[in-house]
Design a protein around this ligand. Structure first.
Ligand SMILES: [Zn+2]
Length: 78
C-alpha cells in the first residue's frame, strides 16, 4: 500500500492509496479516479506522499501570496 498525492486540472490536491506505482499509473490512465472536490477526472500525480519510512518529508509548497490566496487559485496549499 502506498499513498500518492493527486492533483486535478483545477489544482485540487488529494491523496489516494494504491497497491503500488503501477496500480497508480493504471488507474490514472483508465480515469478510474476523480477529484473529490470538483469531480474532474483529469488527474496528475503530485509529489510522492511521505509514506516511506523514517525520513522527514520536504515541506509542502505554500502559496506565494502573503497569508495565502485562501481559495486554491495558485494551486498550492495555503
Ligand atoms: Zn478538483
Amino acid at each position: 500500500m502506498i499513498s500518492y498525492t493527486l492533483i486535478c486540472a483545477k489544482g485540487h490536491e488529494f491523496a489516494e492509496h494504491f497497491d503500488d506505482f503501477d496500480d497508480c499509473q493504471a488507474k490514472l490512465k483508465a480515469k478510474a479516479l476523480k477529484c473529490p472536490t470538483c469531480g474532474s477526472k483529469s488527474l496528475t500525480k503530485g509529489l510522492s506522499a511521505p509514506n516511506v519510512g523514517g525520513q522527514a518529508a520536504a515541506p509542502a509548497p505554500t502559496c506565494p501570496a502573503a497569508g495565502g490566496c485562501m481559495n486554491g487559485a495558485c494551486g498550492l496549499k495555503r
